[in-house]
Design a protein around this ligand. Sequence first.
Ligand SMILES: Cc1ncc(COP(=O)(O)O)c(C=O)c1O
Length: 549
Amino acid sequence: MSEQGDTKAAAIAAMEASKGIMLEEPLIFEQGAEGRTGIDFPAGFDASKTKPRLGATRRKGKIGLPGLSEPQVVRHFTRLSQKNFGIDSVFYPLGSCTMKHNPRLNEKMARLPGFGDLHPLQPISTVQGALELIDQLAHWLKTLTGMPAVAMVPGAGAHGEFCGMAAIKGALAARGEHRTKVVVPESAHGTNPATAAALGFTVETIPATAEGRVNLDVLKSKLGPDVAAIMLTNPNTCGLFERDIVMIAEAVHKAGAYFYCDGANFNAIVGRVRPADLGIDVMHINLHKTFSTPHGGGGPGSGPVVMAESLAPFIPLPYVTHDGKNFQLIEHAADAKGKQPFGRMKGFHGQMGMFVRALTYILSHGADGLWQVASDAVLNANYVLASLKDVMSAPFEGPCMHEALFDDRFLKDTGLSTLDMAKALIDKGFHPMTMYFPLVVHGAFLIEPTETESKETLDAFIKAMRDLAQKAKQGETEMFRQSPRFTPRRRLDETRAARQPVLKWTGHNAQAAPQTAPTRHKAENALAQNTKSEDDDAAWAAPVLKTAS
Ligand SMILES: Cc1ncc(COP(=O)(O)O)c(C=O)c1O
């Protein structure tokens, strides 16, 4: 093997040696000692002799903070930060979530004091640069999608769906029509039917074809004067491009309905296809997916909605305009000349920090860079699909777009499930893929590698998956059932965890005590040496979730 090949093989071998994440950390209140402090008071300082400045509000009892030295505090928070199993530390192929690297340039720009320290209630004259940035980002979103208008306020993809569908409702009302149904393909993201229902529409589901795409004939049979819109995800949640999309648009328009596209997966086509050219009337874009703004754990998202001319008047408030001299914010319906805004969606003007990051991403990539983003996202997903389809089972023939979908047929007769595979993957140092979604296939594994992963990382992941698939077929099932074995928490009783969650700290309660670190380490050493330690039985026993008494 060449020197370069050796180095790559060594890097992959090092990744293969990963064993979950081993951190355990007590609560800060469980650490420290009474009277210990991280700062020095001047000699002879006596707090009780200081002049009270708080009057009747002065604290009478103990504050209850732990007594900690500075190194204890630093270690505690550093260890907590290392518990964060995120895209900055591991491969995170969570399908439908586009967990790609967030370039640090974006972060640097978002932290510039002129952006980072803004207050949403500052006078307009002092935030001209920020409004210009929103306007510029709007310009590029319109350019990339071919749409003439965009609502920048929505704070997430689902919020964007609500915005787009509310605009459709407004447009229908302006036409004097009361259409009650929204057609949603079976393979839609769950937020699509939820949005339609939240706006009072009845949801009509249409099944997928054997190819995982919309059944055009069934769609046509559902269209009629009572249908307000179709909500279609493209590329869809099976990771496939809706080949008949232009014919779908024609049929929908012929029925007088609107074409809502869930554009959360725009990552796969950005710079290559303009949704307006496909006949789409309105589409949200997840800036936090396509344009790499950080997300996860309920973090901030941003879901601007691009709209065709026919829906543009129904845009929500507030929005940015330019009067030839200055940027303005249109905050009230009375000032929205020629428009009929459907109202406000949130307190202020959108997720400013995400706007800065997304514009930085767009400008730093340029047209060729964005084209490459989509190409590499699709290439990486197809590499995973092609490398695993002989040991796993792919439900649909042919190549995919940005995510590779497998079902659980390959686990037939093994007694194992998709969940068992995902839990075992954690022990190999990878975040699991999305499981059991989309619902159109049984026991789905939805793997979205994104364009920012290297071939070495993909190879290590593929090797891990192949190894697990082969072990499953060889009947090595016990290891799966005990997985994850190398994490601070072992496999939980998920039903009980959902029904009886422990959401309150109960202190040094033996009942709620976690498995101790020494036990875990002993078990791991025993595994590495392939020997059985005395603690094995305790460490390998399936843990029971303790509930607060
Ligand atoms: C296809 C699709 N639609 C809608 C959404 C909802 O977006 P959000 O989670 O930002 O509300 C997602 C989320 O990733 C998605 O993948």
